[in-house]
Design a protein around this ligand. Structure first.
Ligand code: OGA
Ligand code: ZN
Ligand code: ZN
Length: 355
C-alpha cells in the first residue's frame, strides 16, 4: 500500500507554481500561463487527498485545484548538465580511442554514442568523414546549428600569407580554448581534416575541467584567484574588435567547475593593484603548468577524414608546429552545446517512446 505523502514541509508557493492543470499550463505547449505575481500571496493547501497514483490539492483562498502524479514529488533534482558533476573527467590514459572515436557511417546510423561522448568527455572524433570542402558544416548540421562569427560560417586552418590569427600559420599552438574574447563563447568547436601531409602539426586535447580540479586540490588559493578574477580577452584585426571580461575558470555558486577559458594569444592587459596582479600571475602560471602535464594531453594526429567535435568551454586543443612546405588543411566551424544536448534528448526520447 502506498504510504501517505507528506507535503507538509513543501512550500505552498512551490507546489502552486508547479501546478500542471490546463489553467496553469497551456496544454499545447506545456508553457506556464501565469506570472509569479498572479498567485495568491499566501496559498494554503486546504484539502489534500490521494487518488491512486495522484495527489489532489484544493487551495485556499481561491479554491484552485491541482493534481500531481506521486512520482513527480519523488523526482531527483537534475544536475546542471554543464557543470563538472555531469561530466567524466579524464587524463589521457583514461580516454582510450574506443571511448571517443566513432566511424562516420556508424554515426550516421546512430549518433547517440558520439554525442554522448561530447557531453560526457567533451570530445568525439568522427573518422571517415567525407573529405570534401564544407563538410564540417554538414557535420555540425547533424546535431545542431553553426555559429557564424567574424571568421565566417566556416574557417580554413592552413598557412595564410597574411594571417589574422596564429592558427593560420605553421607555428606551435599551445593548449587553448577558442574565442575567449567572445561573450558568450561558441560552446562547441569542430575541426575537419582535409589534408595533413606536413611534418608535424599533431593535435593535442586536454580536459580543462580535470586540470582545474587538480589546481583546486593542489593550490586552492591559486584556483580561487582564477575563479574570481575577470580577465580581459581581446581580438582585433582590420575589421573586428572583440572584448570579453571573464575569469579563466568559471564556477557556479556551489563551487562546481563550469567553464574554462584559456588562451595565451588573446589575453589582454590585466589592470589590478600590484599585489593582486602578482597573485593572479602566480595562479595563471600554476594552471598553465598543470595544463602542460604530459599525462593530461591526449595526442592524436588528425588524418584526412577525421573530424573532432569538442566542448570549447572545457576541452583545450593544441597542435605542434609543422613544416609549412607540406600541405595541411583543416576546416573548422563553431556550434553550441545546447543544440547538441537537445538533439540527444530528442533521440533518447524516441528510443524511450519506442520501447
Ligand atoms: C584553431 C586551432 C589547431 C590546428 O583553428 O582554432 O587551434 O590543429 N587550430 O591547426
Ligand atoms: Zn493549476
Ligand atoms: Zn584553436
Amino acid at each position: 500500500m502506498a504510504t501517505a505523502l507528506d507535503i507538509g514541509g513543501l512550500p505552498a508557493v512551490w507546489l502552486r507554481d508547479n501546478c500542471p492543470c490546463p489553467l496553469c499550463r497551456d496544454p499545447r505547449t506545456g508553457q506556464k500561463l501565469f506570472q509569479i505575481t498572479d498567485l495568491p500571496l499566501d496559498p494554503v493547501a486546504a484539502d489534500v487527498r490521494e487518488h491512486g497514483s495522484d495527489v489532489e490539492i484544493v487551495w485556499a483562498p481561491d479554491g484552485h485545484r491541482s493534481v500531481y502524479a506521486r512520482t513527480w514529488f519523488e523526482a531527483p533534482a537534475e544536475p546542471d548538465p554543464r557543470s563538472e558533476d555531469a561530466k567524466s573527467l579524464w587524463n589521457a590514459a583514461q580516454l582510450p580511442a574506443s571511448r571517443f572515436e566513432f566511424d562516420w557511417n556508424d554515426y550516421a546510423r546512430d549518433p547517440v554514442p558520439a554525442l554522448t561522448a561530447v557531453q560526457r568527455f567533451g570530445l568525439a572524433l568522427l573518422r571517415g568523414v567525407p573529405c570534401v570542402e564544407e563538410q564540417v558544416l554538414a557535420v555540425a548540421g547533424t546535431f545542431g546549428f553553426v555559429r557564424e562569427t567574424n571568421y565566417g560560417r566556416l574557417f580554413d586552418v592552413r598557412v595564410e600569407e597574411r594571417p589574422n590569427n596564429l592558427a593560420f600559420t605553421s607555428v606551435r599552438i599551445t593548449p587553448h580554448t577558442d574565442n575567449p574574447y567572445r561573450d558568450p563563447v561558441p560552446t562547441l568547436q569542430l575541426l575537419h581534416c582535409l589534408h595533413n601531409e606536413a611534418a608535424g602539426g599533431d593535435s593535442g586535447f586536454v580536459d580543462g575541467f580535470r586540470a582545474a580540479a587538480l589546481l583546486r586540490a593542489e593550490q586552492p588559493d591559486a584556483y580561487r584567484a582564477l575563479v574570481c578574477t575577470p580577465v580581459p580577452f581581446e581580438f582585433r584585426d582590420a575589421h573586428t574588435r572583440l572584448r570579453a571580461h571573464r575569469p579563466i575558470i568559471g564556477a557556479d555558486d556551489a563551487g562546481r567547475i563550469r567553464e574554462v577559458r584559456f588562451n595565451n594569444r588573446s589575453m589582454g592587459t590585466l589592470r589590478l593593484p600590484a599585489g593582486e596582479l602578482a597573485e593572479f600571475y602566480a595562479a595563471y602560471r600554476a594552471f598553465a603548468e598543470i595544463l602542460g602535464r604530459p599525462e593530461l594531453m591526449l595526442t592524436r594526429r588528425l588524418d584526412p577524414g577525421d573530424c573532432v567535435v569538442f566542448d570549447n568551454t572545457r576541452v583545450l586543443h593544441a597542435r605542434t608546429a609543422f613544416d609549412g612546405a607540406g600541405r595541411r588543411h583543416l576546416q573548422g566551424c563553431y556550434a553550441d552545446l545546447d543544440g547538441l544536448a537537445s538533439t540527444l534528448a530528442v533521440l533518447d526520447r524516441t528510443v524511450g517512446d519506442a520501447s
